[in-house]
Every structure is written in structure tokens, then in C-alpha cells.
Design a protein around this ligand. Structure first.
Ligand code: NAD
Ligand code: TYD
Length: 362
């Protein structure tokens, strides 16, 4: 990327999570002159080790802390002279939100509110407030569910969240919108479909399937496996967020998607085929072969949304962003990544994770 721009000083919340860490690497590579400060509470989903290779960079700082901690945020915004926030930090797993919604309200709503308030004060006192940006990373799940024949979600689709997770994200989106309309604060928002790729915590569909195949464990498909999700490779999402920060119009939201609608069962079968093919090329002997024989239909998720689909025309026509990785390439790279990064995911299968797994799947 050509760099004729003024350097930014960016606070990335949730930068030790899946998309946040991919974004930290993406931004660092695209804009090596920018200051990056990561704020992450290192919940079960945060992984300090993912960002360890950046510790040697003088433009990078990691801070362990909570987005609900107002005095910490005030201090960071001031001492680091932050002009840009990329807000990823969230409780992000629908199944956990069904088991215990409280943490979702606290982090996703109260945490986002705390950040917005702190940034508003900071922006009011700024020398160059016009250059400031607050980018809120959200999800397509706020729009609710589609039938197989409904048109895809656009930015004007009414919100209709169905899970405690999506309801808490919808609440935070409304706050972000209100801070632009009420205070004129330069907020931006992205609503993206399902991501997949490296550094994805094992509880989500794609890593869970890859890891269970490597362990010879059942592949739990909810209900009849006919639910549809739109899949986007994580680096394409990172590029979309970077584009919106650089070129988006304050107050606007942008839908981001991969144009890749796949039924869950079909996706799991694709992953199985890739694992059968790629494991031997990496010298890995699979405990069970073919992997498809591990597919097991389990009790459906309560309130399971049938279909998500994204109309990403706005970001394409207004900002020139389009996905660059096909789902075939992306899934192949992802399966290969889980095959070759067992050192990354093995330690995540902790007693706490096993307990969650037992509770969720028993
Ligand atoms: P993740 O669960 O992998 O990571 C979340 C990160 O936030 C973790 O590092 C965690 O430690 C941190 N965190 C949680 N609570 C915190 C708190 N109170 N204070 C500070 N840090 C805290 O999530 P992800 O999949 O990377 O998602 C990132 C963002 O993108 C979320 O806002 C999510 O709603 C959104 N999103 C995700 C997807 C997807 O497919 N994963 C799709 C669209 C949008
Ligand atoms: P998930 O990765 O949890 O993302 P989201 O619910 O935010 O879309 O799940 C993706 C889809 O896969 C969703 O329809 C639920 C389904 N699913 C399973 O069938 N089995 C599983 O073990 C998991 C985690 C998800």
C-alpha cells in the first residue's frame, strides 16, 4: 500500500483475539510507521502469544486491561495520543451467550459505551479532531435471520437480533450510531459475515472441525446442518476495516461479506475432504479416515438463525473494497494452518475449555 498519509496512532481493542490479532499484523505490515497500542483483557479467547513476535517492534505496545476500565482508557488515549480506535474487543461466541449472557452485556454494551465516552472526551480536547476516527467492528447477526429466498442484508435492513450475543452487538451498534448523530463524533461501523482463518479460537465451527479431525473426535453438526452462513477469509475482513478507517465517511456503516454462502454440512464436508488430502502431505496420520465418518448430528442451537447473507455493494462501489481470497483457497490455507500450528492450538484445549465443551455438547 502506498503511504503518503500522516501516520496514525491507533488503539486496537481485542487485539489478542482472532480477528483483532490478524488486524494488528495487517496494520503493522501496511503502515509500519504507525503507533499500535493493543488493549486486551486476555479472556479465555485472548492469546498473548499470538502477538509476541511484535514485542520487539518499537511502534507496538500491548496493554492487558478491560474496556470497561474508564480510567485506564483515559490514560491510554492521552499518554499515547491516540487518534484512531479499532474496536474489536467483545464476547463473541453465540453458544456461550446462550449459556451465560451477562458477560456479553458487560463487555459488548457497557464496554463499548465506556470506550465511546472516553474517546468523546479525548476527541473534544484534540488539536486536530477532524483526523480522529472510531471504528466499531460489528456483525451481520444484528440483522437477524433470513429464509433461503430472502434478499441479502443491506445497511438499511432493520435490526432484529435473535441471540444474546447479537442483541448485545446490536445494542453497541446503536450507541455508536448515537454518538455520531448526537455529538458528531467521527464513528464508523462494519457489519461482517462469518470469518475464518488463522488464530481462530477452537470453539468456533471451522477450527473446531479441523481440531476434532486431528484428534479423531466427533464432528458435531447442529440440527440438520442446512443452516447457511456467508464466509469471508479473515485477512479480507482486515483489509475492509483498514479501508473503512482510511476512506469511510464518518457516521456510515458498511456491510462486509465474502459472497460465499455455504450450508454448514457442505462446509464441514469440504473441510473433511481437505483434511484427508492435506494431512499426509504434512506427515500427519489422521486417527480416523475418511474424516467424513466423524460427522455427527447433534441437538440444534436454541434460536438458531437459518441463514445470513450480505449485500456488500456499498463498500465495493463507495470505497472500492472486494474480497480477494476465494473460499476454496481460504479453506485450504486454513486447514493447512491448523495442521501446521498444533503448538498454537494444543495449549488452548485447557481444563476450562474441556469443561465448556462438555457443557455445550453433552
Ligand atoms: P474473539 O472472541 O476471538 O476475540 C475477542 C478478544 O476480545 C479477545 O482477545 C478477548 O480477550 C478480548 N476481550 C473480551 N472482553 C474484553 C474486555 N472486556 N476488555 C478487553 N478485551 C476483551 O473475537 P473475534 O472473532 O476476533 O471477533 C472480534 C470482533 O469482530 C467482535 O466484536 C465480533 O463481534 C466481531 N465479528 C466477528 C466475526 C467472526 O466471524 N468471528 C464476524 C463479524 C464480526
Ligand atoms: P459459529 O462458528 O459458532 O458462528 P455463528 O454462530 O456466529 O454463525 O457457527 C457457525 C455455524 O455452524 C452456525 O450455524 C452454528 C454451526 N455450528 C455447528 O453446526 N456445530 C458446531 O459445533 C458449531 C460451533 C457451530
Amino acid at each position: 500500500m502506498a503511504d503518503s498519509r500522516s501516520p496514525r496512532r491507533i488503539l486496537i481493542t481485542g487485539g489478542a483475539g482472532f480477528i483483532g490479532s490478524n488486524f494488528v499484523y495487517h496494520w503493522h505490515k501496511s503502515y509500519p510507521g504507525d503507533r499500535i497500542v493493543v488493549l486486551d483483557a486476555l479472556t479465555y479467547a485472548g492469546n498473548r502469544g499470538t502477538l509476541a513476535p511484535l514485542d520487539a517492534s518499537e511502534n507496538f505496545r500491548f496493554v492487558e486491561g478491560d474496556i470497561c476500565d474508564r480510567s485506564l482508557i483515559d490514560e491510554l488515549l492521552k499518554t499515547e495520543q491516540i487518534d484512531t480506535v479499532a474496536h474489536f474487543a467483545a464476547e463473541s461466541h453465540v453458544d456461550r451467550s446462550i449459556l451465560g449472557p451477562g458477560a456479553f452485556i458487560q463487555t459488548n454494551m457497557v464496554g463499548t459505551f465506556t470506550l465511546l465516552e472516553a474517546f468523546r472526551q479525548h476527541w473534544i480536547n484534540a488539536d486536530k479532531p477532524d483526523t480522529y476516527r472510531f471504528l466499531h467492528v460489528s456483525t451481520d447477526e444484528v440483522y437477524g435471520t433470513l429464509s433461503d429466498t430472502d434478499p441479502a442484508f443491506s445497511e438499511t435492513t432493520p435490526y432484529a437480533p435473535n441471540s444474546p450475543y447479537s442483541a448485545s452487538k446490536a445494542g453497541s451498534d446503536h450507541l455508536v450510531r448515537a454518538y455520531f448523530h448526537t455529538y458528531g463524533m467521527p464513528t464508523l461501523m462494519t457489519n461482517c459475515s462469518n470469518n475464518y482463518g488463522p488464530y481462530h479460537f477452537p470453539e468456533k465451527l471451522v477450527p473446531l472441525m479441523c481440531i476434532n479431525m486431528l484428534l479423531g473426535k466427533e464432528l458435531p453438526v447442529y440440527g440438520d446442518g442446512q443452516n447457511i452462513r456467508d464466509w469471508l477469509y479473515v485477512t479480507d475482513h482486515c483489509e475492509a476495516i483498514a479501508t473503512v478507517i482510511q476512506k469511510g465517511a464518518p457516521g456510515e456503516s458498511y456491510n462486509v461479506g465474502g459472497n460465499n454462502e455455504v450450508r454448514n454440512l457442505d462446509l464441514v464436508k469440504i473441510l473433511c475432504g481437505l483434511m484427508d488430502e492435506l494431512a499426509p502431505t504434512h506427515g500427519v496420520t489422521l486417527p480416523t479416515n475418511p474424516c467424513e465418518s466423524l460427522i455427527t448430528f447433534v441437538k440444534d442451537r436454541p434460536g438458531h438463525d437459518q441463514r445470513y447473507a450480505i449485500d456488500a455493494n456499498k463498500i465495493k462501489t463507495e470505497l472500492g473494497w472486494e474480497p480477494s481470497v476465494t473460499v476454496e483457497e481460504g479453506l485450504r490455507q486454513t486447514v493447512e494452518w491448523y495442521l501446521t500450528h498444533q503448538d498454537w492450538w494444543q495449549p488452548l484445549l485447557s481444563p476450562a475449555y474441556r469443561e465448556y465443551y462438555e457443557t455445550a455438547y453433552s
